[in-house]
Design a protein around this ligand. Structure first.
Ligand code: KIV
Ligand code: ZN
Length: 513
């Protein structure tokens, strides 16, 4: 018989913990809907007690998503757990995921608790959670570096209290595949009531082995849930990547003999949505979702693939959602066609007025660019002037002059707290001049730590440029993304978007630390 492998997506929780990846409520909802279309089993929507903003996002996702279980993280205390339960009230299927650190280092240095105190807190928390929700996941944080005998005692206790999933995090990405797989197997063999819970793996990618470790946890250890994120998004080197896990298990079904319920054709759309939303660009040679993942450049390979695809291809690009850039709309497309395409892409606008704004932006774009692709529509709909989110700053217009041998000059009109202002500056290049012109009034004092430009659709200089700007200020890191056929305008939009995020100033409690 073939077992099912549960896919637990934590893009919106562990992924979002990555500095600069924080998302707005609308962005999170949009991604949650895409995760539902992708048919992931569990969506970890956030950490309800970490901030009111996170609570609202989880509540909105719980009220919207019907087909996937919606989960909230909670530290092992009654307040966090009650807050998670409250946020999840409207869910069709809800899960509370509670955690406490169990490694000697974390217990002594971070929690300043004895092992017995940790064990007791884990017991009480799962007991409390179980009275509020039937589906409880427990994670011993830094589980992989925990002492086995103690960990077995904790896990036996929480299963006896009603934990239904036991997740073993490699919090710091220290594991290697065989050892991690054997660690899970040992725990399952030694915990007397281990058969009463589903075992799960949660690996970080600090040594580049998150996917390999997770697969070893499944194959050697017998885990039946994998925790992962789209594009491997996450703090430091990221989390285990969903697309790699799913396609490894699918492509090597002969070896893993497991079913996954995911609709793989939604993988690339999900990857694009997450990278466009967060500004975390996918490296071209990234497995499955990188732009070159299916590009056969060498003559020998091209010749082979033309004769028989499986000479060099182990997966088909279309099976994971790659389609040749499809021209979806053009200058003559009407509002109905535009609205229908939004629906097909899973983009829900808050009101008809927002559809009108987006349609007007689409028409403007279609006047400047003959072919409009799905990626253009996705970028257009994430624009803050369409979503009306955090709009303290907004671009009105920009002009710049650059000429060989002359110092470039820019003049930018933008809104700041509802008032229109005009800034002018010189710079090393037109982008530099434009951002300086904005900064004259914005006075953010933020440090620019990343600036990158990518073509949204490849193959033509007509493509829109998508600019990501990362700003750091007062210990906070934010990303702004902007798209436009003119990369100087895209840069100004990205800069203003990052300033909006800095301005919204949402603070939250970290899950680890
Ligand atoms: O990596 C980790 O330990 C976590 C836990 C909170 C599950 O993300
Ligand atoms: Zn984690």
């Amino acid at each position: 018989m073939t077992d099912k492998l549960i896919i637990f997506d934590t893009t919106l929780r562990d992924g979002e913990q990555s500095p600069g990846a924080s998302m707005t409520k609308d962005e999170k909802l949009r991604i949650a809907r895409q995760l539902e279309r992708l048919k992931v089993d569990v969506i970890e929507a956030g950490f309800a007690a970490s901030s009111n903003g996170d609570f609202d996002c989880i509540q909105a996702i719980a009220n919207t998503i019907k087909d996937s279980t919606v989960c909230s993280l909670a530290r092992a205390n009654d307040r966090d757990i009650a807050r998670a339960a409250e946020a999840l009230k409207g869910a069709n299927s809800a899960r509370i995921h509670t955690f406490i650190a169990t490694s000697p280092l974390h217990m002594e240095k971070k929690l300043r608790m004895t092992p017995d105190e940790v064990l007791e807190q884990a017991r009480q928390s799962v007991r409390f959670a179980r009275n509020l929700c039937g589906d409880i996941e427990f994670s011993p944080e830094d589980g992989y570096r925990s002492e086995v005998d103690f960990l077995c005692r904790v896990l036996e206790t929480v299963i006896a209290e009603g934990a239904t999933t036991i997740n073993i995090p490699d919090t710091v990405g220290y594991a290697v595949p065989e050892l991690y797989g054997e660690f899970i197997r040992t725990l399952r063999e030694r915990v007397p009531n281990s058969d009463k819970a589903i075992w799960s793996v949660h690996c970080h990618n600090d040594l580049g082995m998150a996917v390999a470790n997770s697969l070893a946890g499944v194959k050697i250890g017998g885990a039946r849930q994998v925790e992962c994120t789209i594009n491997g998004l996450g703090e430091r080197a990221g989390n285990c990547s969903l697309e790699e896990i799913v396609m490894a298990v699918r492509t090597r079904r002969d070896y893993f003999n497991l079913e996954v319920g995911v609709d793989a054709t939604q993988i690339v759309p999900a990857s694009r949505m997450v990278s466009q939303t967060t500004g975390f660009v996918v490296q071209p040679n990234k497995a499955v979702v990188g732009a070159n993942a299916f590009a056969h450049a060498s003559g020998i390979h091209q010749d082979g693939v033309l004769k028989a695809r499986d000479t060099y291809e182990i997966m088909r690009a279309e099976d994971v959602g790659w389609s040749a850039n499809k021209i979806v709309l053009g200058k003559l497309s009407g509002r109905n066609a535009f609205k229908q395409r939004l629906q097909e892409l899973g983009i829900e606008m808050a009101s008809e007025a927002d559809v009108n704004t987006a349609f007007a932006k689409f028409k403007e774009l279609a006047d400047r660019k003959s072919d409009i692709f799905d990626e253009d529509i996705l970028a257009l709909c994430s624009d803050e002037s369409v979503t009306h989110e955090n709009e303290h700053f907004g671009l009105v217009s920009l002009s710049q002059h650059s000429e060989t041998g002359e110092r470039p000059h820019a003049r930018v009109f933008f809104t700041m707290g509802g008032k229109e202002v005009e800034g002018e500056a010189d710079g090393n290049g037109p982008v530099d001049a434009s951002l300086k012109a904005i900064e004259i009034h914005a006075q953010s004092g933020a440090e620019l730590v990343l600036y990158s430009v990518n073509a949204i659709t490849s193959g033509s200089t007509e493509s829109q440029g998508e600019v990501t700007v990362r700003l750091q200020h007062g210990g906070r890191v934010v990303n702004g993304v902007g798209a436009d056929p003119d990369i100087v305008v895209a840069s100004a939009k990205a800069y203003l978007s990052a300033l909006n995020k800095l301005h919204s100033n949402t603070q939250r409690v970290a899950a680890q630390g």
